[in-house]
Ligand binder design. Sequence first.
Ligand code: NAP
Ligand code: SF4
Length: 677
Amino acid sequence: MSSPTRYPHIFSPLDLGFTRLKNRILMGSMHTGLEEAPNGFVRQAEFFAERARGGVGMIITGGIPPNSEAGRGSKLSTPEEAEQHRIVTETVHAADPDVKICMQILHPGPLAGTPDCVAPSAIKSRIGRYVPNELDEAGIEKQLSDFANCAALARFAGYDGVEIIGSAGYLLSTFLVEKTNRRTDQWGGSFENRMRFPVEVVRRVREAVGPDFIVIFRIAAMDMLEGGMAWDEIVTLGKAVEAAGVTIVSTHFCWHEAQVPTIATMVPRAAFTQVTGRLRKELGVPLITSNRINMPDVAEAVLARGDADLVSMARPMLADPDLVRKAAEGREDEINTCIACNQACLDHTFTGRMTSCLVNPRACYETELVYAPVEKPKRIAVVGAGPAGLAYAVVAAERGHKVTLYEAGSEIGGQFNLARRIPGKEEFVETLRYYRRMIDVRGIELRLNTRADADALKAQGYDEVVVATGIAPRKPEIEGIDHPKVVGYIDAILGRKPIGNRVAIMGAGGIGFDVAELITHAGTSAALDVDVFAREWGIDFVNHPRGGVTGVTPHVESSGREVTLLQRKTDAVGKTLGRTTGWTHRMTLLKRGVQMINGVEYLKIDDEGLHTLVGGQPRLFEVDTIIVCAGQLPLRDLYDELENDGVKASLVGGAFEAVELDAKRAIDHASKLAALA
Ligand code: NAP
Ligand code: SF4
């Protein structure tokens, strides 16, 4: 089936007067780390060209600073620096001349990570490294002319436009709110004065680039800050940047310091587009919306509702560069969907590592991790259909190998089947759907309910056997560990054993937190209902108070269970969780009254409960149930047997290394091995 009929709004071109966008989906800006990497321009060129070939209408690059006060790494302020960008623009235009590529000009202001950083007032951001230097009049003039110069150089480098980021706690937005702008001159005080700098940036940029160049302004349509922008200020700013010459306004729902999740997996799909819809009624230029729009049907519905003229997808383009093309060809069931986990993208970005993607380890490694067709296909058996086995099987089969996938259970997925049951992690269902479909598309022979043993595999005469048998939960050696009060995490998550009202969870890693979420949860998952989500995080979509947040302690439903999360380490509980999402999990559980205790020594379990020492002092947790979430051990008996029998075998995923193994490492490891098979 041809899909332009299924997605009439997505595939309707947008006329911008001097140019045209071929469809309504753009790849949103993401700082990937390629900007500063060795050979970074060549790698960016291939990264973006792959997305251009994948059908997207417009691409916004990662943020490029206009001067050294905005960051030292990848600035664009000279013609020589502009020349380096040419490979990016030329490669993208060669991949598809109809795809537009715009460069984001990012001035982080107080978040620039350099002692030279600047801001309207010398107020340190909670997450910034330095107190910024307060700009004087000459400094403001310099920043304005650097923006204009950067935009002109972007045009010189072959870009079709620029995006100016005016949100997120970066320089322009720090002028907009009183919290970060205490000036009393013409750049501070009234809102008219506070918006003067961002509006003047737009005016100067337009002047520098001429009328036939795309200028996008990213506005904080809800900045999630108490005391943030009021709705009438947002509308006033939108109208002012429109009058100053922007082509498109892009709505953003973010301020990096704000304590409301806006893109994590517990945020419902398209939760914020209603705000864009409201702003769209006030402005004449096209509007872009974003946040948790990860599949074409979601994008189509947003456009059909009239919430926006264009939909920005950022992380979904890491997960699947061909998303738009697959939608156009009616192959949406082959889309590798972004599950909003942040584990390989934002968690990497915020810890100084190269961005990639949990479900697509090729993201940002396009020139290095290549799935080349094989000349001599082999017969390969993959044993175990968890994340590692699935990834290996699909990549090996894509390259042309003949793959048989064995799974002892009745369904594919392994640990994904646990994750998808956790409220807020419903997106994992999409990953399972993707793999199910790719098993068919790639012609993989799937044998469910089949425990492959060494003799049988040997008898089949495979060229290679890949052991992806996964893990077994660790059973700590504690007196009373077999007591009826003790439940393993798999039984707890699958609901195979009853869980009492007073619970101790032994182990506070990712799975301990998941189990705590599951057993304290009540009612509809916030990830599936925008109203529940808004209530849980204190967002008021109806009245839109300043920042969009009520400031009232949010209401979180609870099952009423008394739960204590324990760990032996003396580190803060939850420290090992993802950088960008761990705080949301901790906050939710704390609101439900979950106690978190570190420095625990487990002594014994008996009818009374769990006996421990906490900080050296005896403490009894009088609980009905103790759920063990104490990590895993590799399951590799099959591998040992194959080795003994002289069968060529390799280990992937948890069977290879169980310590701190998660789906990200399992898929990455398996895909890299399969690329070499
Ligand atoms: P984990 O993160 O390694 O945590 C294991 C927990 O068990 C730790 O809290 C550890 O803390 C405790 N532990 C280890 N050995 C123990 C023993 N002998 N006796 C008692 N306690 C022991 O493993 P996991 O929670 O099973 O998760 C597995 C992997 O999946 C991890 O890599 C995790 O990051 C990942 N995952 C991630 C998410 C996510 O949302 N990002 C969700 C689920 C799982 P102490 O040693 O201090 O007691
Ligand atoms: Fe999406 Fe997770 Fe991939 Fe990031 S790592 S792009 S959130 S699936």
